[in-house]
Design a binder for this molecule. Sequence first.
Ligand SMILES: Nc1ncnc2c1ncn2[C@@H]1O[C@H](COP(=O)(O)OP(=O)(O)OP(=O)(O)O)[C@@H](O)[C@H]1O
Length: 347
Amino acid sequence: MNKLVLSAITKTYNNAKESAIEDVSFSIKKGEILALIGESGCGKTTLLRIIAGLELPEQGEILLDNQTILSERISFAPEKRNIGLVFQDYALFPHLTVLENIQYGIHKLRKADSKKRSDEVIRITGLEGMEKKFPYQLSGGQQQRVALARSLAPKPQILLLDEPFSNLDESLKDRVRIELRDIIKSSNTTALFVTHDTKDALSTADRIAILRNGRLQQVGDPSDLYHRPVNSYVANFFGKANIIKGNQVKDGCQTSIGKLPLKMEELDGNHIELCIRPEDIHLANGDSYQIEGVVREIVFQGENQLVNITIDEEQLFVKLDKKIKVKDGDLLRLNVDCEHVHVLGTS
Ligand SMILES: Nc1ncnc2c1ncn2[C@@H]1O[C@H](COP(=O)(O)OP(=O)(O)OP(=O)(O)O)[C@@H](O)[C@H]1O
């Protein structure tokens, strides 16, 4: 069941030449965590603010739990949407304790109910024992949990989080990503968070929506976006990708790096664009090989090495185990794992 449905949202700021958001549609299922990702200025915050009711688009509809909260005729005020917002800087009240911050959004409840609910979210967010502390006495990760607890307390229909990891040290991020996911899941909440970091999205979200210049490129689970990107932009956003052009031939595809025995029966068209991940190219261990190229650069990557090889005019990135000895100028013979080659498009 869908929790949030966005249809054809378009927003242009006053005096702007181009729209910040252009015809964006996607939905979020109940209980799902969706990451909205894209480069700086692509419109992530604008879309988040539109959903929260803080910004009005000139076109589009929003359904929250099957109720229209935005259309041509309707626009619910932010406080009527029952949406929880966690801001990038957490926006905690500095003069209130952890408990008072959490109870702020549920002050209309009877005292006993407010106590019961705040105890619940304190437990879910692991803040037991910190109730009397003030925000300045907490670490970044703890402050984030207070902000989360405060937003969860009124049981929002959906939680929106703006760059939830950007204020944290690199060393803390891995743990906080897992914590945040666990807290959202154990509170049965649906969430949408904005990030520009692929690691945040891949490790925390169930599905990812990628924006570019205000336009939605693809929505899918992390594996879809990595293995089946819709275009070269998405392919390159989620890691290194070799984008290779080719033409269909009788028993495969003749590409600029060599002939690959791809099963192309579903393809119709001569100009084919392929996405080949560096880890799907391997050193040939017998006489048979598909590609031959010269090593130009080797980048150490811990467990692996990323080797840049040239084949005529073409460059290819290949991920090899660190134990394989290669050096500049070596001639390498390689095979492509054709099962994993993804066709981006044909024309
Ligand atoms: N209040 C505003 N008035 C005019 N233009 C705006 C306003 N807010 C944002 N913009 C423009 O809209 C576009 C999208 O901005 P937005 O802040 O939504 O992007 P973003 O993806 O969240 O960026 P970042 O990751 O840097 O925060 C940008 O070109 C920005 O300059």
